[in-house]
Design a protein around this ligand. Sequence first.
Ligand SMILES: [Zn+2]
Length: 280
Amino acid sequence: MGRHKMIKGICRLCGQNTDLSFEHVPPRTTFNKNTKYTSVDFEDYIKIKNPLKEKPKGKIKQGGIGYNSFCKECNSFLGANYVPAYKRWVQGGFEILKNTEFCPHKYLIKEVEPLKILKHIISMFLAINGDWYLEAYPELSDFVANPESQKLSDKFRIFTYLTKAEKLRYISHVAKVDAALGTHIKCSEIAFPPYGAVLTIDFSGQIKFLNDITRFQDFNLSKTTNLNVNMFQLPTNTGLSPLDYRKKSQLELDIEKNIALSDELERKYNSTNGSKETSS
Ligand SMILES: [Zn+2]
């Protein structure tokens, strides 16, 4: 191996300050072995006026996306306990993806282990968030570290959707303003084909088109089941905005509108500044 270096830090699962090994998110066996991706700083990204037309400059990386988030033991623990179950779930979803942006799917995945899937999804959120997250929300790591635990604190919920992940999403904890609800949703989101997942904190509403799978915790650890899934396939045309499933055409319209608006504001600003200068 050797391509991925160990780094020192706090393991997001056991909390030890130790060498952290590279963890693929999602697991490398779920088609994240040779993922090529562009690594862009958020600051560079927000300077771009129209992200659909201008590509942010970034480093092209290869070899799968991941994070140095877990110690070697915790990494192996996840691999042994949850990754096989997660892989099955992923394979089921891949088979039915279509080339359409909004599309409801009904499908059956045989012999899945829902509790393990839920635990693995939460481990991915631990991986992409900083170590402050572990300290702020120890219930999450407790739930993942103890395979038998079926009690996730009800302040957390996990939502999923199907997606081709037009733009991959690795969004760590943010407070997303929901204009329709007039409130904030504290959340974190990962989108990598065939699924997107959202972890919300202190949120009790519904999210349109998304499936709440928090109840996967009701299945016993060793319980395998045939799961009838009824899930929407949603587009992720932006990489940095959580809970944003606008179609590409809508996104283009909105971007054009924003550019026009900011141009107008700029003109107004310049003209009022100009008139001040002439009047003084
Ligand atoms: Zn650890």
